[in-house]
Design a protein. Structure first.
Length: 559
């Protein structure tokens, strides 16, 4: 509730957010639109939620359909009116007006209608009332002056009684209603539109005016389904989302290693683009399996394959999605892109996200929407989805089919909106196709700039470092042949090195033998020299002795 006027919550998901609290309490609201746009269901939801959740009994006044028809119609929304009627929380008043039976004479007016309305309101102590539809009520009036006076009188009577009223009206030619006056005397005017574009229908809501309060003014898609009437204010999302520092694994160890070993930031928007058969859905499935392995929920939107087909295909590369589904950690939603309009697809996806509360959302592929609308419309729709996921800290994986190997931008022009971009290509070399992975962008994360060969097998997905040759990166059999040549060259180099090493060792041994021989010769010469020295000393001693003996014999001196 905001300052200014009191508001009554409708309980319609998303609508109360747009109006900052609901409809003006104690004042009339006009809900107008063409046939089949959902006016009666909007009014019914307003009454039922008020009686059931807000403790405000209501009266449904129908001028066309019988009460039993009203009960049956809203039963399709999951609303059981019989219980509310039995508990005196809801009353259905059927007032049949046949213009042919009425004669407009004198001071004819709606006094009888007011009496019936007052009795119906008093019966259940109503705080809310619905008049469906106002054209049937005023069809008996032919005099425009009286018609205008009675319309004003009706709206004034509702205000005097303090009833929060919803009045439905058929859209006129150039005006919001057929009389063209109700829109001016109503405090709040809501326009419902059911349009068809390219043979695809969509419903949208716009708040034309709301006296005394701020409100959203854009068109918003709304749904009518088994969960009731719901509006998703997707156009009001901004850039105030929380930034997460924790990282989540991609489910591919080699890819995590390219991202400093930890994967992407939680809440990131990740684009997987590539040509057909390059492995986009397989990497998305790896994300899903890793999320479920952490005990977190994943939501998979498939626009080309059924759930059973996706499960079977991923099983061939060692990814078991069926166990994730059985554990309640994976929900798949498979629909054709042309089944709904872009806005309706967005509304359904956001409603599924709100209900399931996943940690990861996969859209596979977003390029399928290009046949459902113009590029700017597709970009706007996907931007809203990205903003919503970011605002709730949900990691988003978006696959995109490229039609050209020379990819510099996606057809939907979304690469600049993404936090990360992985490009997958098929290369034809030596008569075979090989997959390559390029990590083009990863905001806020130090990441590898190397191209990797992308290999899928029974054991899962692996990224192989390619052989970097003179002609660029080689993959597949060319890489294996180059690696074989490299191994042969390396073996030859190792053989040459070993041969030269043996040669040096032999020369070392020969040199050592020569040194030993020379050392032996030197030692022999030294021994001979010492022997000669000893003989020379003995000879000198003998000569001296002989001289002394001769001298003694001569009796003379030996000198």
């Amino acid at each position: 509730m905001t300052d200014g006027i009191a508001k009554a919550r409708t309980g319609i998901e998303g609508f109360d957010d747009l109006t900052l609290g609901g409809l003006p309490r104690g004042r009339p609201t006009l809900v107008c639109g063409s046939a089949g746009c959902g006016k009666t269901l909007f009014a019914s939801t307003f009454l039922v939620n008020g009686a059931r959740d807000e403790g405000e009994p209501g009266v449904f006044v129908t001028f066309e359909e019988r009460p039993v028809d009203i009960v049956d119609n809203v039963a399709s929304l999951g609303f059981g009116l019989d219980d509310l009627i039995a508990r005196k929380l809801l009353h259905i008043e059927h007032i049949a007006i046949d213009p042919s039976e009425l004669a407009e004479v004198g001071d004819y007016d709606l006094e009888g209608l007011f009496l019936r309305l007052e009795l119906a309101v008093a019966e259940v102590g109503a705080k809310r009332i619905v008049l469906d539809t106002i054209e049937s009520l005023f069809s008996a009036f032919q005099n425009p002056a009286i018609l205008r006076a009675e319309i004003r009188r009706l709206f004034d009577w509702l205000k005097e009684k303090g009833l929060t009223a919803v009045i439905t009206g058929e859209r006129g030619d150039g005006t919001l209603t057929r009389q063209g006056l109700e829109e001016y005397v109503s405090d709040c005017v809501i326009l419902l539109d059911h349009r068809v574009h390219r043979q695809v229908s969509t419903r949208r809501l716009r708040i034309v005016k709301y006296r005394g309060t701020a409100h959203g003014t854009n068109e918003y898609p709304f749904l009518i389904g088994e969960d009731g009437f719901s509006v998703l204010p997707v156009s009001s999302l901004g850039l105030g989302h929380q930034v997460h520092e924790d990282r989540v694994s991609t489910g591919i160890a080699d890819l995590d290693a390219m991202l400093s070993g930890d994967g992407f930031h939680r809440g990131s928007s990740i684009l997987l683009s590539g040509v057909a058969g390059s492995g986009k859905s397989s990497i998305a499935a790896a994300f899903v399996a890793a999320t479920c392995a952490r005990g977190e929920r994943a939501l998979y939107f498939s626009f080309e394959e059924s759930e059973a087909q996706t499960v079977r295909n991923m099983r061939s590369i060692g990814i078991d999605l069926q166990s994730c589904i059985d554990a309640g950690l994976l929900r798949t939603v498979a629909t054709r892109p042309t089944f709904y309009s872009l806005e309706m697809h967005l509304a359904i996806m956001l409603r599924e996200v709100q209900k399931y509360k996943p940690a990861l959302v996969v859209l596979d592929p977003i390029s399928a929407f290009l046949d459902s609308g113009e590029q700017l419309e597709v970009q706007a729709m996907l931007l809203r989805m990205i903003d919503y996921l970011k605002a709730h800290g949900i990691t988003g994986v978006f696959t995109h089919l490229a039609h050209d190997q020379r990819v510099t931008e996606t057809d939907a022009g979304l690469s600049s909106l993404m936090d990360a971009w992985i490009l997958l290509l098929n290369r034809e070399v030596n008569g075979e196709f090989n997959r390559e992975l390029y990590l083009l962008k990863a905001r806020g994360i130090a990441h590898s700039n190397q191209v990797r060969e992308f290999v899928m097998s029974d054991n899962g997905i692996s990224l192989v470092e390619p052989y970097l040759g003179e002609d660029g990166a080689l993959t597949g059999s060319a890489r294996r042949a180059a690696e074989a040549r490299m191994r042969r060259d390396e073996a030859a180099r190792r053989g040459e090195f070993s041969r030269l090493q043996d040669k040096i060792d032999q020369r070392r041994r020969r040199t050592q033998a020569q040194i030993e021989a020379l050392r032996a010769e030197l030692e022999a010469d030294e021994i001979e020299l010492r022997s000669l020295g000893e003989h020379e000393a003995d000879f000198a001693a003998q000569v001296l002795s002989d001289r002394e003996a001769m001298a003694a014999h001569r009796g003379g001196s030996s000198s």
